[in-house]
Design a protein around this ligand. Structure first.
Ligand code: HPA
Length: 256
């Protein structure tokens, strides 16, 4: 199988340091392969990685040098690059703050729903004279969620299945009053990058799932301390590695 993986700065630069994964430069896809597309530049080249018989095309969402703010990311180019590379599914990892007190810091969440509080991001391929609408009942692919939940269970990972990802503009964290409002709306976690990623994947027809790592309690629910947040991001990578490895060992992704 071939999956796209979108991730942040905590992913290895040297993939061979991840047991079970091996860097495969022959699979790389250059960002320039979008050619003179009007979409502009993706965040980075896709890096090829082997895991057993499976292929992973890894995209550093914030750029290879981690230089793009959540609102500066060219989501449309990123998703098109992955779709053109014929990935069967996209696993997008996100670091998030936990709003629901039952979601522990350090744990993983597979949200089922999303609320978009972002503004000004290029969030559709439609327009320019083309009027299209997509159905968005399932922003995160239910079959992929089930598969990941099963893998997490087999590996005794700390995972919460379900939840509502409130997507904020960033780059600042929220005020406690904003978090109270998002909680009233039904959000159980908050992050800055699930939208418009999920919507663009839906437009392209590529199954998409979020693996959200809770790195802090949201504002007003705990102390926001940047060093601790970065440490929690690094600490959570072992769980994400185990989950991905289990996923890539599956014979099928239950994508129906
Ligand atoms: N808010 C928004 N984005 C985040 C947070 C948060 O508390 N933690 C990690 N990403």
């Amino acid at each position: 199988m071939r999956i796209g993986l979108i991730g942040g700065s905590a992913f290895p630069k040297d993939w061979n340091s991840w047991a079970g994964f091996e860097r495969a430069p022959d699979l790389d896809v250059s960002a320039a392969s979008l050619g003179d597309s009007e979409l502009g530049e993706p965040s980075a080249d896709l890096l090829g990685v082997h895991c057993g018989d499976s292929e992973v095309l890894y995209l550093a969402r914030h750029g290879a040098e981690h230089h793009l703010l959540p609102s500066e990311i060219n989501y449309r180019a990123n998703l098109r690059l992955l779709a053109d590379a014929r990935v069967e599914a996209i696993v997008a990892t996100h670091t998030v703050g936990g709003i629901d007190a039952s979601i522990p810091v350090g744990g993983l969440v597979l949200p089922r729903q999303v609320i978009d509080y972002t503004w000004g991001r290029a969030d559709t391929y439609a327009g320019n004279g083309e009027v299209t609408h997509i159905e968005f009942d399932h922003p995160f692919h239910p079959g992929l969620i089930d598969t990941l939940a099963k893998v997490a269970g087999e590996r005794s990972l700390n995972i919460t299945v379900g939840g509502v990802y409130g997507t904020t503009q960033g780059p600042r964290f929220e005020s406690p009053a904003e978090i109270d409002r998002y909680e009233r709306d039904g959000a159980t976690l908050v992050g800055m990058t699930a939208m418009p990623e999920a919507a663009l994947a839906a437009e392209l027809g590529v199954p998409y799932v979020s693996v959200s790592l809770v790195v802090n309690a949201a504002a007003g629910r705990g102390v926001i301390e940047l060093d601790a947040i970065h440490q929690a991001g690094r600490d959570g990578m072992a769980q994400i590695q185990a989950l991905l490895q289990g996923l890539l060992q599956q014979r099928e992704l239950f994508l129906q």
